[in-house]
Design a protein around this ligand. Structure first.
Ligand code: SAJ
Length: 429
């Protein structure tokens, strides 16, 4: 069985390392964060992901996975490090560069080297290969390529096994060697292509989603102005067999969909018109939400933000629209308390529980679609708030809010738009 060295123990690297270890491979998981390495070696998990605790405990206990700050010689190296966007919205490949430099001294002829991180097309050829050339081993004796991760937080273990994988090697032999490596645990199809195509496929998938979310957000804004409930309209439109409109919301978060389209834009320039415009639409959504709060309550009011994770039932707040909304609320002179039952890290106004967060609030603002937020019974907290206002940006809250006398604003249900149209008509008469 192969020995595998996984560079980067984040949301993708750690579950992937654990998966190989559970199949009997000897795995070295490498991370620059010594705390994370220690936590993992104790059999604990630094992130919240269903099923991962159990899996890590098992493979640490049986010695198949060892975390370390340094790589070791191995049959295969998987690079799974972050590739965020820089301030000027280009791919920041510094972690990829560091990971390639870190493994260089450990490479031997016949090794497989796979980049899993999302990167602009031609990165493996133009960046990874030149760095690896200095490894002292004939580059032609290595199997190099790209196999983008495609899993969704919240269902990572299941999707790692059952999703199809795209494998693109620098040459046919590399593609085959990498495909065989993933067959160790993948039950989905292994779809073989070349390296640049694999890089582009990954970006196209996430860009497709970003553009479609932008379309849903645009429908929401237009419907609202016309007094139409966009949630109902989307539900009905999606009854058409070839229509799948996405869901509007407070903006697009996460380290992928809000970032990856820029990796196409940086390579395409003016040709990426729809992609650029979609990014603009989605980036504007937080200010729309802040505008709604401003309509309801005046500056100086207390806002209880519910949710900082970028989407429901996960603990990840990277690029979360909540962070931008909180920033804008503070700039506008509001006081912000925040509660998220999943996120462990610190964020502005962090409260330990719901009751503390809503205490003396003038307006509750639901930003993340955590199931727990959908299940809140307003009766349990109505006496704690100062004014009964709630804005729901995800269309998830239940009827108890109305029953307890809250002014309930479900974003884009057409009510404000309908009122504006009526007021306009009344004025005209
Ligand atoms: N969102 C909407 N409306 C929607 C869908 C999502 O506003 O209809 C928002 C979410 O609230 C969230 C953001 O978009 O803030 C992104 O969420 P997501 O569930 O669409 O995607 P991610 O970022 O969690 O994971 C995506 C997935 N890509 C695709 O579905 C094409 C996943 O498969 C990838 O592996 C992952 O990006 C990645 O790592 O690239």
């Amino acid at each position: 069985m192969k020995k595998i060295c996984v560079m980067g123990l984040g949301y993708i690297g750690l579950p992937t390392a654990a998966m190989y270890a559970s199949m009997g491979c000897d795995v070295i998981g490498v991370d620059i964060d010594i705390n994370k390495v220690e936590v993992i070696n104790r059999g604990e998990v630094p992130i919240k992901e269903p099923g991962l605790d159990e899996l890590i405990r098992k493979v640490i206990c049986n010695g198949k996975l060892i975390a370390s700050t340094k790589p070791e010689k191995a049959d295969a190296f998987l690079i799974s490090v972050p590739t965020p966007a820089t301030k000027d919205k280009r791919a920041d490949l510094s972690c990829v560069i560091k990971a390639c430099e870190a493994i260089r001294d450990y490479i031997e002829p016949g090794n497989i080297i796979v980049l899993e991180s999302t990167v602009p097309p031609l990165t493996v050829e133009g960046l990874v290969v030149p760095i690896l050339r200095d490894c002292g081993v004939d580059i032609n004796s290595l199997y190099i390529g790209h196999c983008p991760e495609r899993v969704i937080p919240g269902s990572i273990l299941n999707e790692l096994v059952y999703n199809d994988r795209i494998v693109g090697g620098l040459d046919a032999e590399s593609t085959k060697a990498i495909a065989d490596l993933y067959r160790i645990f993948v039950k989905g199809r292994i779809l073989e292509t070349d390296c640049a195509t694999a890089e582009m496929v990954k970006l196209m998938e996430n860009t497709y989603r970003d553009v479609n979310i932008a379309l849903a957000n645009e429908f929401a804004l237009i419907s609202e102005n016309l007094g139409i409930n966009v949630w109902e309209a989307i539900k009905l439109a999606n009854c058409h067999p070839r229509v799948n409109i996405h869901t509007p919301g407070p903006g697009v978060g996460g380290h992928c969909i809000a970032v990856d389209p820029y990796f196409i834009i940086e390579k395409a320039g003016e040709e990426a018109r729809i992609i650029s415009l979609s990014r603009q639409v989605n980036t504007l959504m937080p200010s729309i939400i802040v505008g709604k709060v401003k309509e309801l309550v005046s500056k100086g009011s207390n806002i209880a933000v519910l949710g900082v994770a970028y989407k429901g039932n996960i603990d990840d707040m990277r690029e979360s629209p909540s962070l931008e909304i909180i920033k804008q609320l503070l700039e506008e002179g509001y006081n912000v308390n925040t509660y998220d039952p999943f996120v462990k890290e610190n964020y502005h106004g962090k409260k330990r529980n719901l009751k503390e967060a809503v205490s003396a609030a003038d307006c509750l603002l639901v930003l993340t679609d955590h199931t727990q937020f959908a299940e809140i019974n307003a009766k349990d907290i109505q006496r704690l708030v100062r004014s009964k206002n709630i804005v729901d940006t995800r269309n998830i809250i239940n009827n108890t809010w109305q029953e307890c006398g809250f002014i309930v604003e479900i974003m884009w249900n057409g009510k404000s738009g309908r009122k504006a149209v009526k007021d306009k008509k009344a004025k005209a008469i």
